[in-house]
Structures are given as C-alpha cells and as structure tokens.
Ligand binder design. Structure first.
Ligand code: NAP
Length: 305
C-alpha cells in the first residue's frame, strides 16, 4: 500500500476519461471528493461512495491531492485560477495534478500560482484513449517538480502503465503535443488507406488485418479502423478536443521556430470536419471527409475532401 492509500483525492472532470480514471483510484483505495460540471456524469462514482462537491474548490478542500481531467485550457484556467478555485482552496502541502491536455504555457502559470501558495502542481496529460482509461493502461507524461512526481506515483500507477517524468512545469504538456503530432498523421493515414482500399475494391477489414502485421501498423489503424468499418463514430476522443490539441501544437511549434507541414494539414482537415458538424464525434470521423454523401449524411457531417 502506498503512503497515499486510503487518503483523500479531489477529482474534477468525470467525462469520458475522468470517470474511468476516478473509478480506478477508488478501486485502489483512495477516498474521492468529486465534482463535474454536469453532476449526472459523476453519479456512478457517487453511487460507489465518492463524496459529491458543488465546485472544484470544494473538491480541493481538505484533499491530499487533486486531479483534474477537464476539456480545454479555458476550463483548466477556470477550475484552478478563479477566485474560490482549486489553487485558492487547496490545503498547504497538497499535490495538484492536471491531466487535461492543455497548453504548456498555462501549465507554467498554474504551477507558479500553486508555488505562491505552497502547493506543488504537476501537468500530467495522458495518451491511450478511452480504452486506456477504461483498462488503466494510460501513458502518463508529467512535468513539474520531480519530488512531487515521486509523491504522485501511487495515483498514476492506479490509472496508467507507462509513467514518465519529462522536466519542469509544461514538459508533460510538451510531450503530449509530441504525441499528438505523431498521431495526427496516423489518423489521416488511416482514413486515406481505407479510402484507397475501398476505391480499388479491396475488403477493408482484411486490409486492416494484413497491414497490422507489417510496417504500416499503427494504433490508429488498429483501434479506429474497425470502428470506421462499423460506422461507429462515437467518441472516444472528441474531434473538438483534437482540434484544440492540434492548434496548441501548431502554436508551440511556431514559438519554437518550427514549421510542421504535416501538422498543418491535419489541422486543416480536422478544422473542416469541425466546421462541417463533426465536433462531437470521435476522431475516427476523419474518415467521413472521404466517405460517400450518404454515409456523411447519416453521421450528420457536411464536409468532404
Ligand atoms: P469530456 O468527456 O468532455 O470530459 C471532460 C469533463 O470535464 C466533462 O464531463 C465536463 O463537464 C468537465 N468539465 C469541463 N469544464 C469543467 C469545469 N469548468 N468545471 C467542472 N467540470 C468541467 O472529455 P474527455 O474525452 O474525458 O477528455 C478530457 C481531456 O482529456 C481533454 O483535454 C482531452 O483532450 C484529453 N484526452 C482525451 C482522450 C480521449 O480519448 N477521450 C485521450 C487523451 C486525452 P460536462 O460533463 O458538463 O461537459
């Protein structure tokens, strides 16, 4: 048992990812104080004994650690930095961990605000998707104070498998941006591979199976290809969140003096999908840009390549 076992964790953001992650913390013996904008999404955790809190600040009050898994940088800013928010309400010595995919620059600001109040803040975004959250096999990429990272390990181990420290505040978010840059190309690669297979009369399921054993194999093709073939465009990972990530990555690349044309293309395609009504779908919906009109219409998307 860890030194944090049976101690209290505030958890804010119980959506697709957070609900599963919080559940694993309960399985590992942590007591949960939970808040989500929409209470109904926290009900299964409350039914298991988590304590409902009316605000992020209330979830942080008296907690030994606070974990956030909200949507956008604006949400991170709100839950941590607003008056009555997590930084203000956290107990001295508490450990704050933002696992949202957010901006590295904001992670630096939140860490500085925490330091001014004597609380350590880690940025620790994840990769592995809804499946990784459900199976507690997430990859966790952390930045911040290294001693705080060591203290956080028992929490991370309840939710993830690959757990890595990358440096000071914002380094976890930079690693996650590197992750998203790699995924961006594999997502439109998956869609274009399936479009080509279909246009040339191949059995797409057989193509996925064959390619998965060779050098074209990728997480995107293996996990999302079958969802596409089943007409399953549910999130998973929301298109609106991926567009957010691609734009953060583009901004950070530009700030580093880098031009990444592949990333620019991915942002262009996903922005079209978002504008064409696909924001609430999963990222595998990139396929719909290549699909026929009937399939697009059935999924409620108007954009195409
Ligand atoms: P999600 O289902 O939208 O979950 C986010 C949750 O945070 C929602 O339930 C939302 O409340 C809540 N929330 C947002 N702002 C809040 C606020 N100010 N106060 C209280 N609660 C707030 O999204 P998700 O798929 O779990 O993703 C969460 C984060 O992880 C995103 O940054 C995403 O980019 C990242 N991520 C996702 C995946 C994936 O595969 N899904 C993988 C890796 C990383 P409502 O219920 O009211 O909307």
């Amino acid at each position: 048992m860890s030194d944090l076992a049976m101690r209290t964790v505030g958890f804010v953001g119980t959506g697709v990812m957070g609900a599963a992650m919080a559940g694993h913390l309960m399985d590992a013996g942590f007591k949960l104080r939970v808040h989500n904008r929409t209470r109904s999404k926290a009900e299964p955790l409350i039914a298991r004994g988590a304590q409902w809190c009316d605000s992020p600040g209330e979830a942080a009050t008296g907690a030994d650690a606070v974990i956030t898994m909200v949507g956008f940088p604006s949400d991170v800013e709100e839950v941590y930095l607003e008056p009555g928010g997590i930084v203000e309400c956290a107990a001295p010595g508490a450990l704050l961990i933002d696992m949202t995919t957010s901006s590295p620059a904001l992670a630096v600001r939140v860490a500085a605000a925490g330091a001014a109040r004597g609380v350590a803040v880690l940025d620790a975004p994840v990769s592995g998707g809804d499946v990784g959250a459900r199976d507690a096999t997430l990859t966790i990429m952390a930045g911040g104070d290294e001693d705080a990272f060591k203290r956080a390990r028992p929490l991370f181990e309840a939710m993830g498998r690959t757990i890595a420290f990358h440096g000071g505040p914002g380094a976890g978010q930079h690693c996650k941006m590197a992750n998203q840059i790699a995924i961006a190309a594999s997502m439109f690669g998956m869609a274009e591979c399936l479009a080509y297979a279909q246009a040339t009369g191949l059995d797409r399921a057989r193509v996925i199976e064959t390619l998965s054993g060779g050098s074209a194999q990728s997480w995107s093709l293996h996990n999302y290809g079958p969802r596409v073939l089943n007409g399953d465009f549910a999130p998973g990972f929301f298109v609106k969140h991926f567009v957010k990530d691609l734009r953060i990555a583009l901004d950070e690349a530009r700030a580093a003096g880098l031009r990444l044309p592949g990333l620019e293309l991915a942002e262009l395609l996903y922005a079209e999908l978002l504008a064409g009504g696909g924001g609430e779908l999963g990222t595998q919906a990139i396929w719909l840009l290549y699909a026929d009109a009937a399939e697009r219409e059935a999924a409620g998307v108007t954009a195409s390549v």
